[in-house]
Design a binder for this molecule. Sequence first.
Ligand SMILES: Cc1cc2nc3c(=O)[nH]c(=O)nc-3n(C[C@H](O)[C@H](O)[C@H](O)COP(=O)(O)OP(=O)(O)OC[C@H]3O[C@@H](n4cnc5c(N)ncnc54)[C@H](O)[C@@H]3O)c2cc1C
Ligand code: SF4
Ligand code: SF4
Length: 1016
Amino acid sequence: MSSLTVLPSSPPDPLAEELRSVLAEFPGSQVRFGRHDRLLYSTDASLYQVEPIGVVVPGSIAAAERVVAHCAGRGVPMLARGGGTSLAGQCTNRAVVIDLTPGCRELKWVDIGARLCEVESGIGVDELNEHLAKKKTGLFFAPDPATTRQAAVGGCIGNNAAGARSIRYGRTSENVERVEVCLATGERVWLGPDGGATNAVALRLAEGVSKIVRQHAAAIRERFPQTVRRNAGYGLDTILDQLDRGAMPQSVDLSKLLCGSEGTLAVTLGAVLKLHPLPRSKGLAVVSFVTLEDAIAATKPILDACLPLGLTAVELLDDVVLDAARGNIEARRYVELLPGADAARGEPKAALYVEFFAFDESGEQVRAGFSVLRELIADMPGVLPDGFAVYTDTPAMMNAWALRRAGEPLLHGLPGARKPITFVEDNAVPVERLGEFVREFKKIVARHGTRAAYWAHASVGVLHVRPMIDLHDPADRVRMREIAVEVADLARGCGGIMSGEHGDGRVRGPLLERFFGSELMGAFRDVKALFDPQGLLNPGNIVGAGPVESITSALRVDAANEADTPSASLVEPVDTYFDYSDSEGFGHAIEQCNGAGVCRKRGGVMCPSYQATLDERHSTRGRGNALRLAITGQFGGGKPKWNDAETIDTLDLCLSCKACKSECPSNVDISRLKAEYTAQRYREAGRTPVAAVATGRVRWLNRIGAVAPGIANAVNRTSLARGFIGRAMNLHPSRSLPTFSRSLFSLGKNAAWGSAKPDRPRVVLYGDCFTTYNESHIGAAAAQLLDAFGYEVRIIDAGCCGRSMISVGMLRQAIETIDVSVNRLSAAAADPNVRAIVVCEPSCLSAIKDEWLALKCRSSKATREKIAAKSSLVEDFIDRAWNEHPNRPLVERLAAPAHGPPVVLHGHCHQKALWGIETTARLLRRLVGDRLRILDAGCCGMAGGFGYGADRYELSMTIGELTLFPSLREAPVDAIIVAPGTSCRHQVHDGVNRRAIHPVELAASLVAAQQRAASR
Ligand SMILES: Cc1cc2nc3c(=O)[nH]c(=O)nc-3n(C[C@H](O)[C@H](O)[C@H](O)COP(=O)(O)OP(=O)(O)OC[C@H]3O[C@@H](n4cnc5c(N)ncnc54)[C@H](O)[C@@H]3O)c2cc1C
Ligand code: SF4
Ligand code: SF4
């Protein structure tokens, strides 16, 4: 049976029914055997796609144990899963996927004295360290793969994960004390240093493994590499090492063997982990080089000189990675921070990150490390002038590391049919042979007519290389296999190995026999049979892999072909509403997610619905997958399915916050794709649902309400009207309704700020739907403020920006509306006397700056670009034009008042994603100085119309409770809460019953106070 064979989705699956009944007594557990869920779990961060039998999400460890026991009894294959961030395909299989991350993530205890803690296997690495920090233990779990934000401890054990600091802290295997596992026989057992002494099952396993290892001791000594990093096959060398040191079966520590076993020996339920003291001081030096070769040559001398001085990492980035970062909205600024950076010359071409940890408070030891390093590189060839920088404060170091962390996923955004492909990305060689390895590697790649991107955990000789391959091209696939074999041989020839940390999976499993030889492969099979006699756990990985040709089977890009829908060629003819030329066409846009799972992190904005639900389906990756599968016809039918009910459900909880557009390293823009998919659905159906029209045409409703706002508000407050509106628009009863105000245009008629002042330079205030009809006092405050700074303010009724229509997928109507608005703003854009077009509402400004340019409008693109370039938030314009405002005396008098209440700023998601919170913060800082506190609070959960929905209200509130609400509850009672977004202010009101104001309201009141004081 093909790995991609499609299971029928409708008839009830007996196995699913059995599992449901087994799990009935375990709350929070879910059995998902529908086609949609199966396919959402058919990929990881690798090239592969294999449809699982079904998905189970156990609500607890006890539930997980029961699932394993049941599947074992039924002879059903199983695949335990953490964050699903594996790069070698070991997290894709025709099996029942057991996702331990939502329900099994407890930190059970910490013993500070013994530096140990016990966790459930689904807990995330960063999450664990956050708990340890909150408990003020002074300890941390050290293994640091680049995915600590989204990887689970169980997955780290499965892959024996290790990161930049492994030279100091080792791999996961060196940081695990013991593991609790469920075997494929259904037995639950602890494996660790004394496992065999306390448990008969553990003793049986330890005796069996010891026997196998003794029998093959000579081959193990000969064939296992001596590199710090090695993660191929089963770690028999770790057992031999113990036996050599005199261990008896009772004391052989099998947890070491579990590390790196890729879920093939047992399902890890929990672990006791070793912890390390947090360093008291840290420092990061970055050295920029002229060439990659210069940087590699510098590594060994740096290691030799700095290792005794607390060196923890030497990391390498090459020019392909740096260039990819230059093309990414989020990462570009990090490249510019590199020492000696010269954007025009494309320098540096490579950089080394050299990190030091120390335990003295003073930072003296770190400084000593820096000075030795500075002296060393002073005479080194290839270091750029001014190419050395040191950082010791945390934000600066985080900024620098952000680039290194983003390196790999960024490569997926590179233009062209050939992409940097993950298949020889994980070689480890002795550091002194790194230069030779890279030279020979380059020759192999060149011989095959392509090039590669290089970055490395240089300190341990782990080189991540991505040759550029077009997986759609059969000739490139042959190249890929040939390169894989040649590189594996090269690594071996250099005394290294082809799996340094990412494991074997589907991509390197077929090369194991070539590397280890038939004797050791036999030993691996014996170990597998000892633990998993029926071969049920992640079958086909490590042992039982296919021939070399299988490296290019079960590829994700083939899955579309198998559904008779060659992905790129099928989707191109779709008449899209957005122009996808910035993503190399629609076909590429829907394939842009690489599965690395950064969107499953906690903290930041992306992805609010995942952070609140911990459900793969409600992550950016889940949505990206759903869209790709629906549009490439893989949910059935072989052609785009625009009305797929499950896909619609998966998209439903997307808040269109745009966080993924900037925070996803591949710039996957779900907000845009969701709007496109919905619009295509409406087009196919030939109608737009009434509820969507009611939300999309919010300007009409607001305009009507603003005719007689007193009456409209009074009516809205009656329970009869509230009930009627709630039912008609599917609103949640606990959600307050927005109020109407007199329109901004009518307010302006009688106000001083509304009068003509032709002698002044002009600013055009865009009358957005909310500032004009719901909160016109904000528009008035903005106009008053601009008037005070010496401008003539023209409020333009340019119509709607289209935001509300875009958010419900009314793209045809949005395009028509935008064309009208563009026409009305075009004169202002062209008029040199108009200094700026200013906007109060960030989501309207984001429409102008983002969607107006990306939608296939009929109006001239050049005009839209001019409008976008001239448009900004009111407060941003005032800050940026500070030295040119006509009212100079006011500017000179304004200084941050020393005393006053704290000011707490919550930014809008679109603002944070597209142009940054500083566009509001800078003006406030000028006015209130260090009384300003910027909340790092993610999304508020309201997101325009999202939080009104009866079926979304609870989620909206849960998202608010993640960070924003608790932060606001902690804010002093007299704090002024400032939020530029109308939805955010609404949510603050409904969530914590406090009033938030727009920044221009605060600014206008401070300026007015200043003016009053000056006139006294
Ligand atoms: C951009 C990027 C960078 C990366 N950088 C690094 C790096 O620096 N170092 C590194 O080591 N790796 C790296 N990886 C690979 C991967 O992210 C890590 O190995 C990570 O620790 C895997 O964790 P996970 O929770 O995602 O595991 P998963 O992918 O979910 O699982 C990994 C393996 O463990 C098995 N498994 C998971 N949970 C269990 C369990 N409870 N019981 C039994 N088996 C289980 C799975 O079946 C699978 O075989 C990187 C990946 C990406 C995409
Ligand atoms: S959506 Fe972005 S962050 Fe999430 S897995 Fe895909 S590429 Fe990674
Ligand atoms: S737009 Fe926001 S909610 Fe939607 S997928 Fe992206 S990050 Fe998640």
